[in-house]
Write a protein that binds this ligand. Structure first.
Ligand SMILES: Cc1ncc(COP(=O)(O)O)c(C=O)c1O
Length: 347
């Protein structure tokens, strides 16, 4: 286990003592039978928060996303989404394997696209030999796109255009609370118009695991069956749901601190020798930068950082990502900047 300042991802958060106490005290039953009271309470709360009628608790956001694709699409249908979204780069080919969809990737380095792009990527030609554009998925915040919270007017435009074209809409809101805090609005307003929404508790919200898929009530039986099909039914999941309920009460507003720490890091990196910051004014909790150190290739750079006590993830050729989260303090960021400055001057 890495012991230093871990900016690898916000998935590195560890449950706090208070969260663990809430987990230990949870009332539990059999989730598969619909008898776990804490899981049921979480599902009801999440559905209300997102403005959808129903919600089910999942072990992970990946599984919730994959079930959403299976819910909306038949084999051979087309899924439209940003080229760099999690569905395409980190779900092991799940959209092809599970939902059997053909993918239409929208070229967009930020992960954001507008209503016009929806029309451009929609297959408007009908005929027995053409595929059917069925679903559009957006990620808010965008992960590899830069941790960006979608501008609300762009989002509303995409939702409206997709609806007018008869597309279903899925929102991968694994970091929707970051987006809501950054946009100073409720998550419900960012989920408006979507047919299904994934939210995740094991990232900035600090839980050990767990996600929610929210959707219309009429789809409950089908989603329940798809979850079972994927091996996602659980037993005494109330202990995990209790962590999520605790996170909703205690860990949402504080995401602002992570965003401030990301801004501090990005501003500091701008004057560090040997790196180039991609997003000097981060929208939420992610900072992307390039290793430009002439004396250290990417592996040597990563190793030098880890030896000095800080870890990032490499997300492309010479491209690194630092993610701030609730186990990272302002002084961790200051220390990180010192470490990088030292590595830069020594090179
Ligand atoms: C945008 C996005 N969607 C989905 C996931 C998958 O989350 P999980 O690890 O809970 O499966 C991630 C994980 O990092 C993510 O960043």
């Amino acid at each position: 286990m890495f012991q230093g300042i871990d900016l690898y991802s916000d998935t590195m958060t560890r449950p706090s003592r208070a969260m663990r106490e809430a987990m230990a005290a949870a009332e539990v039953g059999d989730e598969q039978k619909g008898e776990d009271p804490t899981t049921l309470a979480l599902e009801a709360r999440a559905a209300a928060l997102l403005g959808l009628e129903s919600a089910l608790f999942f072990p992970s956001a990946t599984m919730a996303n994959e079930v959403a694709l299976m819910l909306h699409c038949s084999h051979g249908d087309e899924l439209i989404a940003a080229e760099n979204c999690h569905l395409f780069f980190a779900e092991t080919g799940g959209p092809a394997k599970h939902a059997g969809v053909q993918t239409r990737m929208v070229p967009t380095p930020t992960g954001i696209f507008d209503a016009e792009a929806v029309s451009q990527h929609f297959n408007a030609i009908s005929g027995p030999h053409f595929m059917v554009s069925r679903l559009i998925s957006i990620e808010n915040t965008t992960n590899l796109g830069g941790g960006i919270a979608w501008p609300r007017t762009t989002l509303a435009g995409v939702v409206e255009r997709a609806k007018s074209l008869g597309l279903k809409l899925h929102l991968d809101g694994s970091r929707l609370f970051n987006a809501a805090v950054a946009s100073e609005c409720e998550v419900k307003s960012l989920a408006a118009g979507f047919d299904s929404v994934t939210i995740c508790f094991s990232k900035g919200l600090g839980c050990p695991t767990g996600a929610i898929l929210a959707f219309e009530k009429s789809k409950w039986d089908r989603v329940r069956r798809l979850k079972q099909l994927m091996g996602g039914a659980m037993r005494q999941s109330g202990m995990l749901a209790a962590a999520a309920l605790y996170a909703l009460d205690h860990n949402v507003e504080r995401l602002n601190e992570d965003h401030e720490n990301a801004r501090l890091l990005a501003q500091g990196l701008a004057s560090v020798h040997g790196v180039r910051v991609e997003n000097e004014a981060p929208s939420t909790n992610m900072v992307f930068f390039e290793n430009r150190n002439p004396k250290l290739d990417d592996l040597a750079f990563s190793q030098a950082c880890e030896r000095a006590g800080v870890r990032f993830s490499q997300v492309g050729r010479s491209r690194f990502r630092a993610v701030t989260h609730l186990d990272i303090s302002r002084s961790d960021i200051e220390k990180t900047l010192e470490i990088l400055a030292k590595i830069g001057t020594e090179a």
